[in-house]
Design a protein around this ligand. Structure first.
Ligand SMILES: NC(=O)C1=CN([C@@H]2O[C@H](COP(=O)(O)OP(=O)(O)OC[C@H]3O[C@@H](n4cnc5c(N)ncnc54)[C@H](O)[C@@H]3O)[C@@H](O)[C@H]2O)C=CC1
Ligand SMILES: O=C(O)C(=O)COP(=O)(O)O
Length: 531
């Protein structure tokens, strides 16, 4: 039974996803502090959070069973990603589910700011009919600058276009071509602050974006502009903004997020007449909460069941087009690495991944974490290694990884050959996905075989001579071990050969030792794919 801790308020409809998996138990315990989480996290396989729970290295260290942290939302600045990677914990988010909701909230804030709606509401319900103080401004014909042209920034830009606004944008990862298609004029931050009537930020909070708008930018800003932050507290320098408001450079600001959340009761934003605030409500609609919760719950189930998943934050992203080509080879790569590690003596120094066929024409780097996971699982144990930390663990052990590609003209089948060089030897195996049968080990060193990558097999190196197969069968039979299938590969009559015996039951070390005493047998290795 997998145990999942939900430590922030998450949509019940989303959590229902877990009931479809009958081996998952969900506990909802919200509002815990770091010490309280540390005390209980050791029981859980997965932690599901929004932005309130700060997932610190200490929590991860205590989370000895923790395989995945799911963030039902976009920003993962509340999770220590470096620590998660080193503890081998996969961090996933739900990047798409709250895009529209947050762009709508940004727009609600912009309109409220332009028309003083919160201030007017407060006065009106207090019994004052004040139609003079709250003269607003139109959005039509104004310049809106969007800093961060990702999912939310672009949706905000779309809506602003419909309101007749001119859009400027800044995003170092956004091309002129994309900008042209979206009707956005790209500009530097300096150009933007001199021209924009409204600025809205939609970047993540990183070292580069912290105080992206600060004293220096306010000093050259268009007088009377308005500022919106529905992304993360800290992207706009709060203190510098207060000064700019007092100096009349900024006419008003709308903030959904704060440098410290929740802000202290005496935070100056809460009392300022020209600042409107909401308590981090950007993603808070029924639709968005359901979307992100369903999304992240589905991925958590996949991860717990060792199935392919998406939206990992602490692993390099694989573009969709490449993913569809390479994903079928993930399990094959891992199983080949696993087989090879069990066949090789000595400490691993180098792992070589050699691909042929169509695989030789695409980027095979995404296979590396899977191969290394397979290789290191044998040495470190399945609980210690996963695809998030396998590259990191290999680096710590000075294992080098080399990618090679066999040209298409030489080989047309999609094959993956993994070599391991250790302190004492070099061995290699080849795998492929064969039509109608699926993943198969197709070569052990130079010997052709065809073996499914599951269960237990014995890999026996021997001399090709009569009687060996019978002796092996007899010895296994005497020990009550049923042979499911057997294959022999050799390159020449009477030369070296390999025998692959698929067995239905685990063999003991003694049986392996006895097998090595049969004349002509050079080496016996048990390969267990279900490690
Ligand atoms: N208030 C709320 O409740 C919510 C807040 N957010 C915040 O909004 C942010 C944006 O979300 P999405 O649009 O979904 O993310 P996204 O990843 O699609 O877009 C972020 C964009 O920022 C750009 N960027 C990165 N560094 C930059 C820099 N130095 N200068 C300018 N642009 C830079 C990236 O290139 C990317 O295009 C998230 O990081 C999250 O923190 C997201 C959802 C709800
Ligand atoms: O998705 C995000 O990045 C958000 O900021 C939303 O945060 P929340 O899930 O509402 O705590």
């Amino acid at each position: 039974m997998f145990k999942i801790l939900v430590s922030d308020p998450i949509s019940d409809n989303g959590l229902q996803q877990f009931s479809a998996a009958n081996d998952v138990e969900v506990t909802k315990l919200t509002g815990l502090n770091e010490e309280e989480l540390i005390a209980i996290i050791h029981e859980y396989d997965a932690l599901l959070v929004r932005s309130q729970t700060k997932v610190t290295p200490r929590i991860m260290e205590a989370g000895v069973r923790l395989k995945v942290i799911g963030r039902a939302g976009v920003g993962v600045d509340n999770i220590d990603l470096e620590a998660a990677t080193s503890y081998g914990i996969i961090v996933i988010n739900a990047p798409d589910g709250n895009t529209i909701t947050t762009s709508e909230h940004t727009f609600a804030m912009m309109l409220s700011l332009a028309r003083n709606i919160p201030q007017a509401y407060r006065k009106t319900i207090a019994g004052l009919w004040d139609r003079k103080t709250f003269i607003g401004v139109e959005l039509n014909n104004k310049t809106l600058a969007v800093l961060g042209l990702g999912r939310i920034g672009l949706e905000v830009a779309k809506r602003a276009t419909a309101f007749g606004m001119k859009i400027m944008g800044y995003d170092p990862y956004f091309s002129e071509e994309q900008a042209k298609a979206a009707g956005i004029q790209l500009a530097t931050i300096d150009e933007i602050v001199q021209q924009a009537d409204f600025i809205t930020v939609h970047t993540p909070l990183t070292n580069d974006t912290r105080h992206l708008i600060s004293e220096q930018q306010f000093a050259i800003m268009k007088k009377g502009m308005r500022m919106i932050n529905c992304a993360r507290g800290g992207i706009i320098d709060e203190q510098a903004l207060l000064v700019a408001l007092d100096e009349g450079i900024v006419a008003g600001a709308a903030f959904d997020v704060f440098e410290h959340e929740p802000p202290e009761a005496d935070h100056p934003f809460l009392k300022h007449p020209n600042i409107i605030v909401t308590p981090h409500l950007g993603a808070s609609t029924l639709e968005a909460q359901e979307n992100v919760a369903i999304d992240v719950a589905e991925q958590i189930i996949h991860i717990l069941h060792n199935q392919p998943f998406k939206n990992a934050v602490n692993m390099p992203p694989v573009p969709n087009e490449l993913l569809s080509k390479i994903q079928p080879y993930f399990t094959l790569s891992e199983q080949l690495g696993k087989a090879l590690a069990q066949m090789t003596d000595g400490a691993v120094e180098e792992v070589i991944i050699d691909c042929s066929g169509e695989l030789a024409t695409i980027n095979i780097t995404p296979l590396i974490p899977y191969v290394l996971k397979g290789v290191l699982t044998h040495h470190l144990g399945a609980n210690q290694v996963n695809i998030v930390n396998s590259v990191h663990l290999a680096k710590l052990r000075d294992i080098t990884v080399t990618e090679r590609k066999t040209l298409l003209t030489e080989k047309i089948t999609n094959e993956i050959t993994i070599h391991i060089k250790t302190t004492v030897e070099e061995r290699w195996v080849t795998g492929s996905i064969l039509p109608s049968v699926g993943e198969r080990l197709v070569k052990i060193g130079p010997y052709p075989v065809e073996i499914p990558l599951e269960g237990d097999i014995l890999n026996i190196s021997h001399q090709d001579k009569p009687g060996i197969i019978g002796s092996v069968g007899m010895l296994l039979g005497d020990n009550g071990i049923n042979i499911a299938s057997m294959q022999v590969g050799r390159n020449e009559v009477g030369g070296s050969a390999v025998m692959i015996v698929k067995i239905d039951k685990k063999v003991t070390a003694q049986v392996i030792k006895d097998l090595t005493t049969i004349e002509g047998i050079k080496r016996v290795r048990l390969i267990s794919f279900d490690q």
